[in-house]
Design a protein around this ligand. Structure first.
Ligand SMILES: *Cc1c(COP(=O)(O)O)cnc(C)c1O
Length: 421
């Protein structure tokens, strides 16, 4: 089976060396030398611009990217009843933490080029929510979907115009750049994820890139149960147990030695798909804008399938209620009664997924926009139709470090075979 993106360790066992060190020195706790070392490595990586200039961001390691979104919102002062503008076309971890705080997401649709937050819709939302509620949204969360940079210049300009902090969700965009600068370093906070399927992994984990030491200290305080400096536990705020384990951080330190190679590989695979899919009628690879400031890590390769393309087995699409996990999905998936919902990928996209699965290739629909999720039925949304349209025609292809050139050739041949001539 060729999976979308699998964890991939360094060849020289650097991860195991750091993990062993954690055991040998008995630092098997959610702090320690590996956590400090990993934070330093991440800061060094994030601070380096391609023109040689150095930034001065601080990094705090946490137990998950979701925890990073949560604490960034908290540090931006988001409280119950507040509103937060968030990209609709994303994985649920971008928006769910808003609800953890009793605040409300205001979903913003995407621009066609990058599939990311539309800056014009964002500004419209900010102005109209102020009129409707008397308050500006408390934060803005753009997302680097599949690694693609959002329009950092325009999003930051809108945010700065209204004095609203930006929390960049760069969970999928680690090492992607805009104008030579790493994503996550533009806003007040930048979210990274080291889940098993991301650009690098700690098995599970995340981090927040912070603008300054004050924010970093505040986040670290909240991540360690918000303790005040007394000999006993004294609490003046509600904190969380969100710090990264020193064992996991050891894996992260090892993974930092292959980060550049991973990014280069993902870009290489994207280039190969581009070359091989060029002549496949009806299939369009999602590419970055021609503007040279865009530099995506191409975490997953995404593409779209024209609605009029017929796929082998299409007449059987959505006929069966799914009984087990889709593709490589992990964890518990709640059983459902029906095979369909009122907003789903086109029949030919579903047929392609099934066809590819039989060929042992994981091919998955793109994220379903949050404003179309039943759980957010009551949320305010500013839509232009782009994310819903892409959801119906989009799909993701394997791109991780284990995907070889031979695999890409095979995958494209399978796609050609799936299309009814
Ligand atoms: C993976 C992901 C996250 C959350 O990361 P976890 O480490 O899995 O909690 C947040 N946002 C996006 C867009 C993601 O893809």
């Amino acid at each position: 089976m060729i999976y979308l993106c699998l964890a991939h360790m360094s060849d020289d066992g650097a991860e195991q060396k750091y993990v062993k060190e954690a055991f040998d020195t008995n630092w098997v706790v959610p702090m320690g030398p590996n956590v400090n070392g990993f934070e330093q490595d991440l800061a060094d990586f994030s601070n380096k611009k391609t023109d040689g200039e150095m930034l001065d961001r601080k990094v705090v390691c946490l137990s998950a990217g979701t925890a990073a979104v949560h604490l960034a919102l908290l540090a931006c002062g988001v409280q119950a009843g507040d509103e937060v503008c968030v990209q609709s076309f994303t994985f649920c971890a971008s928006s769910h933490p808003i609800t953890y705080l009793g605040a409300k997401p205001v979903f913003i649709d995407s621009e066609r080029d990058t599939w990311n937050m539309d800056p014009e819709l964002l500004e419209k939302a900010i102005v109209e929510r102020k009129e409707a509620t008397g308050k500006y949204p408390k934060a803005i969360i753009p997302v680097a979907l599949y690694g693609m940079p959002y329009d950092c210049e325009k999003i930051m300009a809108v945010a700065n115009k209204y004095g609203i902090p930006v929390i960049e969700d760069a969970a999928e965009g680690m090492g992607s750049r805009f104008d030579g600068q790493v994503l996550g370093t533009f806003g007040r906070f930048g979210v990274l994820s080291f889940n098993g399927n991301k650009m690098i992994t700690t098995s599970g984990g995340g981090a927040l890139i912070c603008q300054n030491a004050e924010d970093a200290n505040n986040v670290m305080w909240y991540a360690t149960q918000a303790r005040d400096a007394y000999p006993y536990y004294e609490h003046t705020a509600i904190g969380y147990n969100y710090r990264m384990s020193n064992v996991c951080a050891g894996i992260g330190r090892g993974q930092m030695t292959v980060l550049d190679a991973h990014i280069a590989h993902h870009k290489h695979v994207q280039g190969l798909y581009k070359q091989l899919l060029k002549d496949v009628q009806g299939v369009s690879l999602h590419e970055q804008p021609a503007d040279p400031r865009y530099d995506s890590n191409f975490w997953l390769c995404a593409a779209t399938l024209d609605a009029d393309v017929k796929i082998v087995g299409q007449e059987n699409a959505y006929k069966e209620v799914i009984k087990s996990a889709v593709g490589g999905a992990a964890g518990v998936i709640k059983a459902v009664e029906s095979a369909t919902t009122d907003c789903q990928p086109n029949d030919n996209v579903e047929a392609l997924r099934v066809f590819m699965l039989a060929k042992k290739v994981e091919c998955r629909p793109v994220w379903k926009p949050m404003h179309k999720q039943p759980v957010y039925a009551d949320a305010v949304a500013y839509v232009n139709g782009v994310s819903e349209e892409i959801f119906k025609v989009g799909f993701c292809l394997p791109a991780g470090p284990y995907v070889t050139d031979e695999d890409v050739h095979y995958i494209v041949e399978c796609i050609k075979e799936a299309i009814v001539k």
